[in-house]
Design a protein. Structure first.
Length: 219
């Protein structure tokens, strides 16, 4: 059976969140294609992971037999997140843009799973795992747009997920999500709707395709 690690980070619940709506479309398609598979779900808004502390950081570089009680507890918490990533056959991440970057809860999760010598660096224990990132945003930040230079979500996540962790990353980008809620952006609503519909369609197709490809390998 294939395992999907699904990580959401939007502060908004359910359909009120653009990223959650799209990750939900992916997950439903995955489960329909591979109902006997496993889904590990992390809602980082409802249940934030701990930020890295001095104990959590230093424990990585110390022999486990020499860990203080505080280091042992902190490393055990990190290990849970690391092992979830390592055992996943595919990863799905909801990453809305907040103030030009990712939610702090998602940054905390990344800080926990990035361990040089295990998941990152020359080892990259989850190398090659397909990762689908739903990078929703209220405006438009693509090439040629006025705010192209403010796009730090895809650039940052590409550097961490692909370059540091060696994952196979694909982005789905629903944009202009604030258009229906801001009168000044009313003219952009049709573009938002087209972007939303394409994101939902792409997510469902990706979920089905990955489940179809990975299920036989994990059987």
């Amino acid at each position: 059976m294939a395992t999907l690690l699904h990580v959401d980070s939007s502060v908004l619940p359910g359909s009120a969140s653009a990223s959650r709506s799209v990750t939900d479309a992916f997950r439903k398609a995955w489960e329909e294609q591979h109902p006997e598979g496993t889904v590990i779900y992390r809602d980082l808004s409802a249940n934030p992971v701990p930020h890295i502390t001095a104990d959590a950081h230093s424990a990585v570089f110390a022999d486990p037999s020499e860990h203080t009680p505080e280091q042992a507890a902190a490393f055990a918490a990190r290990l849970e997140f690391i092992e979830e990533l390592e055992q996943a056959d595919a990863v799905l991440i909801g990453a809305p843009m907040y103030n030009f970057s990712i939610p702090s809860t998602l940054k905390a999760w990344l800080d926990n799973v990035v361990v040089v010598g295990r998941t990152a660096g020359d080892t990259q224990s989850a190398k090659g795992t397909p990762v689908t990132v739903v990078a929703s945003r209220g405006g438009a930040y693509g090439p040629g747009t006025p705010r192209e230079g403010y796009e730090y979500v895809q650039n940052y996540l590409g550097a961490v997920l692909k370059d540091m962790l060696g994952l196979d990353v694909e982005f789905i980008v629903p944009e202009l999500t604030m258009a229906p809620h801001m009168p000044a952006l009313a003219d952009l609503v049709p573009l938002f709707e087209a972007s939303r519909d394409k994101a939902l369609e792409d997510a469902a197709a990706k979920g089905r395709t990955l489940a179809e490809q990975l299920a036989p390998k994990a059987a």
